[in-house]
Design a protein around this ligand. Structure first.
Ligand SMILES: Cc1cc2nc3c(=O)[nH]c(=O)nc-3n(C[C@H](O)[C@H](O)[C@H](O)COP(=O)(O)OP(=O)(O)OC[C@H]3O[C@@H](n4cnc5c(N)ncnc54)[C@H](O)[C@@H]3O)c2cc1C
Length: 548
């Protein structure tokens, strides 16, 4: 057919770009928070993530995993088959040690470096981040049982991804998942009904048989899982491998895969344990305190993942706007579009700067009790707020591309489907807010440390000072606390983000944040920044430039 028209005014695809080098907030933040030594590694992954990995991301989501309960002869195998692109993504992530860098190389800044690496790849594909994140997070919980840690840690921190379905001891690397949620409740894990029976004397490190089910068990092809079950002395944490010590498959039976809104590259399964073999981690009855170390680190990753989702949405939207014309001008030259984009950039910068600071608390927390206390409150506060911001940011960024944004090829639909998840799992919004209240009640020192982090920003901006003062006053009112928890936690998050931005952020972004989020000169939708903000400058700084 002869061409009927010339294709005009369509932006170049945002691909083959350097995700690290084109992100001014990230590059400065990595230096500031102590991971400058990882720059070369970040530069490499920045280029790799913006290259072939983008194609893998598309393929892994367009070809979701398939459950194979039995082989052709009727033997139970309980396997999930993934598209090769899924394995490429995992290979890349493991090669760059997104799953284990701070454990393998516990030097200052290692958690920050790893957070930045995770931030890069999570922008491209979120699903594979699930097993990567769970594997990273399992290590501190596993250390509750030194002999089990000694056996498993070398496999976990290996930088060689091994997709083979074999006992972990025969593989070059292992991944670890987590199974807590049951049909009758996920938030309230103490209601778990899955039972654990000691084989022999039981006790820490001992062998048990687990019977029951889990209603959500993601990445079921991991090599082992941290599982909660009721033992004689109460809810306990177990390490349950896919294979038994005698080389047979463990009685870990996959029932179904969930048909999910997003995160489609990743398998999330329903599983039954029919006398599955496991070993106890920590003391019987101490399951929650043992697994909480894992949960805390996955919450950090929810923060990183949501910051990443927002950054990619903003990258796509700003890129589009500098190439697309309407009514005789580029979208990026239209004052109202400048306001929308700048408002999104402000949210994204606030998230990125917060997640990097939070990651540093994990580095310093290893030696400094004050940083541990700060991380205790700041992880929950950031998990609540940054994850909550992701869906509206992505939805607005999608609209910046007009109809093109609603079409799968633009990447925005995938980002949109992914957006609600980080707020939901690893403690959903309300549960996290109640957790902040619990921390405030049990460890008031942790709240002091939270405010100690904000204090150096005092005097830098009167709107921040007034906001912090009002918040402190609000925190002295203990009436009807539960019902006010979201409001309080949101304000804690805004105070922290404001303090970080006035200290380290772009001055125009800090100005916009203080005026809109702290002083309230803002509407309910994005694109309602007050007059006088350098919107064009904010957008120009945030947009990823394609290499010439
Ligand atoms: C894609 C996906 C993958 C997952 N993968 C895993 C996995 O690998 N392993 C795993 O163990 N779990 C997994 N989960 C489960 C997830 O962690 C739970 O869904 C989550 O913890 C919430 O539990 P629930 O679904 O039982 O909801 P519920 O606990 O019933 O909560 C429902 C709602 O009530 C709110 N709520 C609960 N208690 C209170 C309260 N006291 N006050 C006010 N509000 C309250 C919650 O915030 C939530 O909004 C996954 C979930 C999804 C969607």
């Amino acid at each position: 057919m002869p061409p009927t028209h010339e294709v005009l005014n369509q932006p170049p695809t945002l691909e083959r770009y350097d995700l690290f080098g084109t992100d001014a907030v990230l590059t400065a933040g990595v230096e500031r928070e102590g991971a400058g030594w990882a720059r070369e590694r970040l530069e490499r992954l920045g280029v790799e993530a913006g290259g072939e990995a983008m194609g893998w991301a598309r393929l892994a989501n367009a070809n979701p995993p398939i459950l194979r309960t039995h082989d052709r002869f009727g033997h139970r195998i309980d396997e999930v088959e993934f598209h090769p692109a899924w394995h490429e993504l995992l290979r890349l992530a493991v090669h760059h040690e997104l799953h284990g860098l701070p454990w393998r190389e516990p030097r200052p800044g290692a958690h920050v470096a790893r957070a930045a690496l995770f931030f890069l790849l999570a922008q491209i594909e979120a699903g594979h981040g699930c097993p990567i994140s769970m594997t990273y997070s399992a290590v501190p919980a596993l250390r509750a049982q030194p002999e089990l840690a000694a056996e498993w840690e070398p496999r976990i921190v290996s930088n060689r991804y091994d997709a083979r379905v074999r006992p972990a001891a025969e593989k070059t690397g292992a991944l670890v998942g987590m199974a807590m949620t049951e049909k009758q409740g996920g938030s309230d894990v103490r209601a778990n009904t899955t039972r654990a029976r000691a084989l022999g004397t039981g006790g820490p490190g001992g062998e048990y048989e687990i019977t029951g089910h889990k209603w959500f068990c993601s990445a079921p092809m991991c090599d082992a899982f941290l599982v909660l079950a009721q033992a004689e002395r109460g809810l306990s944490c177990f390490l349950l491998p896919r294979w038994r010590p005698d080389g047979t498959r463990n009685r870990f039976h996959l029932q179904r895969l969930k048909d999910k809104l997003g995160n489609r590259s990743n398998a999330s399964s329903e599983v039954e344990f029919d006398g599955a073999w496991a070993r106890l981690l920590g003391e019987e009855g101490r399951g929650v305190p043992t697994i909480i170390e894992m949960v805390t680190h996955t919450r950090l990753d929810c923060v990183i993942g949501s910051a990443a989702g927002m950054r990619q949405a903003v990258a796509q939207a700003t890129h589009h706007a500098v190439h697309r014309r309407a009514f005789g001008k580029l979208l990026s030259e239209q004052p109202l579009m400048q306001n929308v984009l700048a408002d999104l950039c402000v949210e994204s910068e606030a998230a990125t700067i917060t997640m990097l600071r939070l990651a540093r608390a994990y580095d310093e927390g290893a030696r400094d009790e004050r940083q541990r206390r700060f991380a205790r409150v700041a992880t929950a506060v950031a998990k609540y707020w940054i994850c909550k911001r992701q869906p509206p940011v992505v939805a607005e960024a999608l609209e910046c591309l007009g109809g093109n944004g609603y079409v799968e090829e633009s990447v925005l639909p995938r980002l949109y489907r992914e957006a609600p998840l980080n707020s939901l799992w690893e403690g959903s919004g309300n549960v996290i807010c109640l957790d902040v209240l619990r921390a405030m009640g049990r460890t008031p020192d942790a709240v002091d440390e939270f405010f100690a982090e904000i204090a150096p920003a005092g005097g830098a901006d009167p709107r921040l000072d007034a906001f912090v003062l009002a918040l402190r006053r609000e925190l002295t009112d203990f009436s009807a606390l539960e019902g006010r928890a979201r409001r309080l936690v949101e304000r804690l998050a805004l105070a922290l983000q404001g303090s970080l931005l006035v200290r380290h952020g772009d001055p125009a972004v800090a100005e916009a944040f203080c005026a809109s989020r702290l002083a309230g000169d803002h509407g309910l939708a994005f694109g309602t920044l007050p007059a006088g903000i350098d919107c064009a400058g904010i957008v120009e700084r945030a947009r990823p430039a394609l290499a010439a």
